[in-house]
Design a protein around this ligand. Structure first.
Ligand SMILES: [Zn+2]
Length: 105
């Protein structure tokens, strides 16, 4: 489900996936690749029972922030993001994706 709105996420971001619901800033149009990216996150969340996805996401980001000393590089190297960016343009990826594929990133 995609909800366009004026408040979520914060201005410098275009979309955020909260528990499988994709919030997109008013006036932003997600292309097929971006929607696929967010749907890959939804698949990851389901296999992590949502809560553990966010805990892992933040914990890995913090570890990578210490490693790279750069918040954007840390974000791009989170396993969940690596899988979602690597396969975002494969629009049929979710049809054949293996569970916990992000663990092999
Ligand atoms: Zn992402």
């Amino acid at each position: 489900m995609i909800i366009h709105n004026r408040y979520i996420p914060a201005k410098k971001f275009y979309a955020i996936n909260l528990f499988g619901v994709i919030f997109v800033r008013h006036g932003v149009h997600l292309n097929a690749k971006e929607i696929n990216h967010e749907r890959i996150h939804t698949a990851q969340m389901r296999e992590m029972l949502f809560v553990f996805f966010y805990l892992w996401y933040v914990a890995e980001w913090l570890v990578l922030l210490v490693k790279y000393k750069n918040s954007f590089l840390a974000y791009k190297n989170i396993r969940f993001e690596k899988e979602a960016y690597r396969h975002g343009d494969e629009l049929r990826y979710l049809k054949h994706r293996k569970h916990y594929a992000w663990l092999r990133e």
